[in-house]
Design a protein around this ligand. Structure first.
Ligand SMILES: Cc1ncc(COP(=O)(O)O)c(C=O)c1O
Length: 393
């Protein structure tokens, strides 16, 4: 496990670690003090001097929101938009694409259900077609199959979920990006569960658009999200909503969109949340995404190994590469009952349901799985205690 992280310090900066085993980082990770303090300080400033005045006073942090994300994702600061959650960020990108009848949207079995609902709506509205690439033997997107589909032509968009909500799978985002770029096809990556638990570089991945949330592995506040849009494709997109943040009325009576990704934002937003999310990104960058990944993935591997030793437990994660999300079922004990029992021992997990991922859990005949997602602030000892409680039903 990566030796260069000062885990005692990181845990001390997250006081809830002291009396709680929090394995729900794919739901909402525990905020470090630096993030909670930044939010609280801004709310206090709003209380003392007023919301608009507080935003003026916080100009430096608010500007740094974009630079922090540019540092995190390897893009330019004007390629980032602040949006209230990952779903809406994804929507702003998806619904900006001028689809025509017959256009093909290519996606994968792990796709997040909300995204798939948007594909279905676009099929109804504009007559696009949806093709789900089958998975390879490991459960990841079959890249050869994807390449065959894309080379046949007619594909307008590849929309892939990097790490799904319902398991430890890491889809081969950069291999997919190579195919998208070589074929001049737009590529929208749902990185809601991957940003914050591994290094991500949009140049290496070659995605055109990437959406994410604040509250999961980045450890930011709820009700915050972000969108990356590559500058080079801006002229192909028309955001579904435009307001005074996103555009100006010009002298000819038309409108001119804001430069860069700001055209995907809206005028009013949760400013304390933006400050908190900026603090979370800076905190993660300071720790180092490579170290975060090494420790998180190693803890998850340990958890998978220990789970397989518990009678009746089946680990449900797919893929060659697996991340910090660990899913399992246990014979004779429903996921919701497991969650409740663990909560009585101050252990937090969540339950992923087939309706969040119909093409995946639904197809595998799994109505629900327990999701135990570790982060770098968890420990080997917690993994052991977790398994002891799980075993002792
Ligand atoms: C893969 C994936 N995409 C998108 C989302 C939606 O994120 P948000 O709830 O911030 O809109 C989730 C939430 O769990 C998710 O797991």
């Amino acid at each position: 496990m990566s030796a260069n992280l000062d885990i005692d310090r990181l845990r001390a900066e997250t006081p809830a670690c002291a009396d709680l085993i929090h394995f729900n980082n794919a739901g909402a990770a525990l905020m470090p003090d630096a993030v909670a303090d930044a939010i609280r300080a801004h709310l206090e400033l709003e209380r003392r001097i007023g919301g608009y005045e507080a935003a003026d006073a916080a100009e430096r942090e608010l500007d740094d929101f974009y630079t922090a994300f540019a540092d995190l994702l390897g893009c330019a600061s004007d390629e980032i938009a602040y949006i209230e959650n990952a779903t809406r960020a994804w929507d702003m990108a998806f619904y900006a694409i001028p689809f025509k009848e017959g256009d093909l949207i290519v996606t994968a079995e792990a796709e997040y259900a909300s995204n798939y609902i948007a594909f279905l709506q676009m099929a109804k509205r504009r007559g696009v077609k949806i093709q789900v690439v089958r998975s390879d033997a490991s459960g990841a997107v079959d890249v050869a199959e994807l390449e065959r589909i894309v080379s046949a032509g007619g594909v307008r968009l590849i929309a892939i979920t990097h790490v799904p909500t319902q398991g430890g799978l890491v889809n081969p985002a950069a291999e997919i990006g190579r195919i998208a770029r070589a074929n001049g096809v737009l590529y929208l990556l749902d990185a809601c569960q991957s940003v914050g638990q591994m290094p991500m570089n949009v140049g290496d991945i070659q995605c055109d658009m990437l959406s994410g949330t604040g509250r999961k592995f980045l450890r930011g506040p709820r009700g915050t999200g972000f969108l990356y849009v590559r500058k080079g494709i801006l002229d192909q997109l028309e955001p579904p909503f435009l307001d005074m943040q996103a555009a100006d009325i010009d002298s000819a009576g038309g409108y001119r969109m804001a430069a860069g990704a700001m055209r995907f934002e809206n005028w009013e937003s949760f400013i304390a949340g933006r400050i908190g999310l900026r603090a979370a990104v800076r905190y993660a960058l300071e720790i180092g995404l490579q170290s975060i990944q090494e420790r998180t993935f190693a803890l998850a591997d340990q958890l998978r190994v220990e789970l397989t030793r518990i009678p009746g437990v089946t680990v449900r994660d797919l893929g060659r590469e697996k991340c910090g999300i660990v899913t399992f079922t246990k014979e004779g004990e429903e996921p919701d009952a497991i969650k409740r029992r663990l909560a009585r021992h101050r252990i937090n997990v969540s339950v992923s349901r087939a309706r969040y991922a119909t093409l995946d859990l639904g197809k595998r005949g799994l109505p629900a799985v327990v999701r135990a997602s570790v982060h770098y602030y968890n420990t080997s000892d917690e993994v052991g205690r977790f398994c002891d409680v799980l075993r002792s039903s």
